[in-house]
Design a protein around this ligand. Structure first.
Ligand SMILES: [Zn+2]
Length: 220
């Protein structure tokens, strides 16, 4: 990869932050965004920043263990970003939103540990994902204020399913994590997953639960 400067990374995150904030996905300083800077570091939003008005001071560099490389306090959830950069050399951007569709759907299905999505043409927007005739699995993890423990859960899932092309997961009652090889792909994956979640919610609203194969307690 071509290394990118912290200034460039901050500018990219500011633009993404504005768009996601305007879409109601990063309310009240929630969520966090990051892009890879090089093999050993990424730029990530600082703790408690308003993502709709992100400035250079609201972004800092951290190493892949989540330790700051300079001044500033990284987001509490930094480890959930850096574990992806550390694990997958091809990951270039990670977006975490509090999208209402992710929050509501994960709460409506309290025992569901893995969404099984099938029959949606838009599954194709996720690189390498199964075509609409086959199932796309999106794990749901329980919300946990202990981020180290939550990161271990995510890592264990990724270890168990190395063959699955994973581009995102839900945290129950909390939000959505999505990644991609760069910010453009991560954005596309985020739009696609958020759209699929909204479709699932609509199906539930019309009493079509299970029609789209929402797994209850299934999977691992
Ligand atoms: Zn969060």
């Amino acid at each position: 990869m071509i290394p990118r400067s912290l200034e460039n990374g901050a500018a990219v995150l500011a633009e993404l932050g504005q768009r996601l904030y305007a879409a109601g996905q990063l309310p009240a300083t929630s969520g966090n965004l990051s892009v890879r800077l090089d093999e050993k570091s990424c730029a990530i939003t600082a703790s408690g920043t308003d993502k709709g008005r992100l400035e250079r001071a609201g972004v800092l560099a951290v190493d892949l263990s989540g330790a700051p490389l300079g001044a500033g306090h990284p987001s509490a959830e930094t480890l959930l970003h850096t574990q992806l950069y550390d694990r997958f050399a091809a990951v270039g951007a990670v977006l975490h939103t509090h999208a209402p569709a992710a929050v509501v759907l994960s709460r409506l299905r309290p025992r569901c540990r893995e969404l099984e999505l099938r029959g949606y043409e838009l599954q194709k927007a996720l690189r390498g994902a199964p075509d609409p005739e086959r199932s796309l699995f999106v794990p749901i993890f329980e919300n946990d204020q202990d981020i180290g423990r939550l990161a271990a859960e995510v890592g264990a899932y990724l270890d168990r399913h190395p063959q699955r092309q994973s581009w995102g997961y839900l945290i129950r009652g909390h939000g959505l994590y999505v990644w991609g090889e760069d910010e453009v792909e991560a954005w596309r994956h985020l739009e696609a997953l958020e759209y699929l979640l909204r479709c699932e919610l609509e199906l539930l609203r019309y009493g079509a639960a299970g029609g789209a194969a929402v797994g209850e307690g299934g999977g691992t």
